[in-house]
Design a protein around this ligand. Structure first.
Ligand SMILES: NC(=O)C1=CN([C@@H]2O[C@H](COP(=O)(O)OP(=O)(O)OC[C@H]3O[C@@H](n4cnc5c(N)ncnc54)[C@H](O)[C@@H]3O)[C@@H](O)[C@H]2O)C=CC1
Ligand SMILES: Nc1nc(O)c(N)c(N[C@@H]2O[C@H](COP(=O)(O)O)[C@@H](O)[C@H]2O)n1
Length: 228
């Protein structure tokens, strides 16, 4: 395959929202689900988020457990997977937590129309990959990551990037933790936003497992391709 194995891991409310109508982060996962997420991070070669998530949440995307970091080190890897931000216009703040916290390579994927001056500043902190005219070309980006030796890629949202990856046919598996709360609001991000499929384009999934974790449920799906 000319791209890594790619999976999305997200936590959503019982009504399918990723955060509030103000795009404020919500603690949906409990302790055990955050542990599961940390374990996934520790085993991935790279973690990817959209610029919307960086601007809304300012995540560090680091492995949290000292034992998991040590295990990565013992295996000759960096403490953290490569951290990738999909950021067409190079809007990633230079003081973002992904630059401040933890060791390891950071990649900012920008489009060819991103401002050169901002790219130069980002290049002091990260590897900048240019692809796509006005929007990051996710298929080309995935191929470039594979060429760099990235064989497994964990996508951590948000809603628009999830759509971009799923609609480009780039996702092998989807893991959604459904938490015990309702967020509501027609403008609150859902697991997949973007423009949406028409009836003929719907994406089919196969359920691999459903597991109760604390007061929520973890659903694991394999992506099967076009439903009809
Ligand atoms: N509960 C959870 O597990 C998570 C929740 N979130 C929430 O999601 C929200 C952020 O989601 P969004 O605003 O949708 O932003 P996002 O994180 O999905 O980033 C979207 C941006 O990615 C960029 N992009 C560049 N090329 C693209 C392409 N080809 N396809 C798609 N996107 C492309 C665009 O600039 C686009 O605006 C926040 O409120 C955050 O709290 C984010 C991650 C996980
Ligand atoms: N899996 C999960 N469960 C929740 O309840 C969440 N709120 C999130 N949010 C995402 O987790 C990331 C935080 O990363 P760091 O702790 O800063 O490393 C960030 O991307 C949130 O959007 N995830």
């Amino acid at each position: 395959m000319d791209r890594p194995f790619i999976f999305i891991n997200s936590a959503m409310s019982a009504d399918g929202k990723l955060s509030t109508k103000e795009r404020k982060q919500v603690k949906i996962s409990g302790k055990l689900d955050f542990e599961r997420m940390d374990e996934l991070r520790a085993h991935a070669d790279a973690i990817m988020v959209g610029i919307g998530t960086v601007l809304a949440d300012d995540p560090s995307l680091t492995v949290k457990s000292p034992e998991r970091k040590a295990a990565r080190k013992a295996a000759g890897k960096s403490e953290n997977p490569v951290r990738v931000v999909v950021d067409s216009s190079a809007r990633t703040p230079l003081n973002a937590d992904i630059f401040k916290k933890g060791e390891g390579l950071r990649i900012i994927a920008v489009s060819n129309s991103a401002p050169e001056e901002k790219i130069r500043m980002l290049e002091e902190k990260a590897l900048v990959i240019k692809t796509g005219a006005f929007r990051v070309d996710l298929t080309e980006l995935a191929a470039k990551l594979k060429e760099m030796g990235i064989n497994s890629l964990m996508v951590e949202g948000g809603a628009t990037l999830n759509w971009g990856m799923l609609s480009a046919g780039l996702v092998d598996e989807v893991y959604t933790f459904v938490g015990n709360l309702i967020i509501g609001g027609k403008t609150a991000p859902t697991f997949t936003d973007g423009e949406g499929f028409t009836e003929n384009e719907l994406l089919g999934l196969e359920l691999s497992s459903a597991e109760k974790i604390e007061d929520g449920i973890l659903l694991k799906w394999k992506v099967k391709g076009k439903k009809n």
